[in-house]
Design a protein around this ligand. Structure first.
Ligand SMILES: Nc1ncnc2c1ncn2[C@@H]1O[C@H](COP(=O)(O)OP(=O)(O)OP(=O)(O)O)[C@@H](O)[C@H]1O
Ligand SMILES: [Mg+2]
Length: 388
């Protein structure tokens, strides 16, 4: 995409959009000078997929300039105009002349990105699923257990088609936790890029219920799992396009591909236990992810294993204050419940449906999916929905 812009405000929006995770696959270049600069630039060189033009010129001048540009535009190039007049007739005239979209400035970053994705996704952009990544602030803090129970809860409470993906290829426990041992799973998708399409992934997934499927990790050590930065991109793109809710169990690692997954998903949930190393790691994760996700909700925090007997802990208030956020959920340490669930290959709700922890996980799932919390027998209590 090449932009030929005029005003500082529009340049700022386009440049910020170019740095947003949703535009990660776009190559964006911004120039100053509006339509005349574009005509000059493309007189002797090929045009890109998308040209974004800002114009504050009188409409007859704009039409003349666009006619000149049309002479040097390759077929397949789309043109989007950003103008300063909110006028439906101007919009219609521009569309009639072959412009793909007209946006009125001032515009915000997400609106601008929405217009661009609509140009390429059309109707299908409506059906994109929500991708939620769950990661531990430290190893062994219960991130996978929380992640699997969240997926189970969302699929049941909201009756949403959900797929749970185990990205802890070497040691993942999705198969164990759902008491399934299918011969195939996420590894076949990641290591067979040439076979990858929606049907292939559908065949690899194992059904746990009408609404929940899992893509378990092989959890075998006959190979090493050094993934490249882009290794899971294609699988996630397909899942996002075919499933309303995609939950990722991301191992506690900071490498190119895990970072890319965490930056690229719709919501990140950090599971932490209330000690100093967890606090430090949660803070560095939040700061780093916020810096790469300027137009997204900050990562959510779930405190787990709170109240482990005889362990000195950082208080919830102090932890929340250091993170400058209230946790999405607080889960107590309950060895009996979690131990039974883990050893029986069951979800917490199957072991003890009356546990308070089930409510905490249900609420977290509903909030993550942008739903108001409604409980039978209680007043509906609406909570803020997520940012996008
Ligand atoms: N709130 C809790 N109370 C008691 N035990 C818990 C709790 N949460 C998790 N556990 C137990 O802690 C163990 C580790 O959990 P889990 O595998 O989910 O952690 P993890 O953060 O994903 O670990 P890893 O870093 O290895 O991926 C499991 O045996 C699980 O049953
Ligand atoms: Mg884990």
């Amino acid at each position: 995409m090449q932009g030929f812009l005029e005003s500082n405000d529009v340049v700022a929006v386009v440049e910020s959009a170019a740095n947003d995770r949703r535009m990660i696959k776009a190559h964006v270049k911004v120039h100053i000078g509006g339509v005349p600069a574009a005509v000059e630039a493309y007189r002797n060189s090929p045009t890109p997929n998308l040209i974004v033009l800002e114009s504050s010129a009188d409409r007859s001048v704009l039409f003349e300039q666009l006619a000149l540009l049309a002479e040097c535009c390759d077929s397949g190039t789309k043109v989007m105009v950003i103008g300063h007049e909110n006028d439906i007739l101007l919009y219609r005239e521009l569309i009639y002349r072959g412009v793909s979209d007209y946006i009125v400035a001032p515009m915000n970053i997400l609106d601008f990105i929405g217009h661009i994705s609509a140009l390429y996704n059309g109707e299908s952009s409506e059906t994109l699923g929500r991708v939620i990544a769950v990661v531990g602030a430290k190893g062994g803090v219960g991130a996978s257990t929380v992640c699997h129970n969240l997926a189970w809860s969302i699929s049941r409470q909201l009756a949403l088609q959900t797929v749970l993906v185990d990205l802890d290829l070497a040691f993942g426990t999705v198969g164990l936790d759902f008491n399934q041992d299918p011969p195939q799973g996420i590894a076949e998708a990641i290591f067979s890029p040439e076979r990858l399409d929606a049907n292939f992934i559908d065949r690899l997934a194992s059904r746990c219920s009408d609404t929940l499927s899992i893509l378990p990790a092989p959890a075998t050590l006959d190979r090493s799992y050094d993934l490249s930065e882009h290794a899971v991109d294609a699988t996630l793109d397909i899942l996002r396009a075919t499933t309303p809710c995609v939950i990722l169990d991301v191992p506690h690692q900071w490498c190119a591909w895990t970072r890319r997954v965490l930056v690229g998903c719709d919501d990140v949930v950090i599971v932490a236990s209330p000690d100093l190393a967890n606090l430090r790691n949660t803070k560095t994760l939040i700061d780093s992810l916020n810096a790469s996700r300027l137009n997204d909700h900050p990562p959510r925090l779930i405190l787990n294993m709170v109240g482990l007997p005889r362990r000195p802990e950082i208080s919830l208030g102090e932890f929340a204050k250091a993170m400058e956020m209230e946790p999405l959920g607080v889960i107590p340490f309950e060895a009996r419940l979690f131990g039974a669930a883990a050893n029986n290959g069951q979800m917490l709700a199957e072991v003890d449906p009356r546990s308070k922890i089930i409510e905490t996980i249900d609420d977290a799932g509903q909030l993550l999916m942008g739903r108001a919390i409604v409980r039978r027998g209680k007043n509906p209590c609406s909570r803020p929905s997520s940012s996008d």
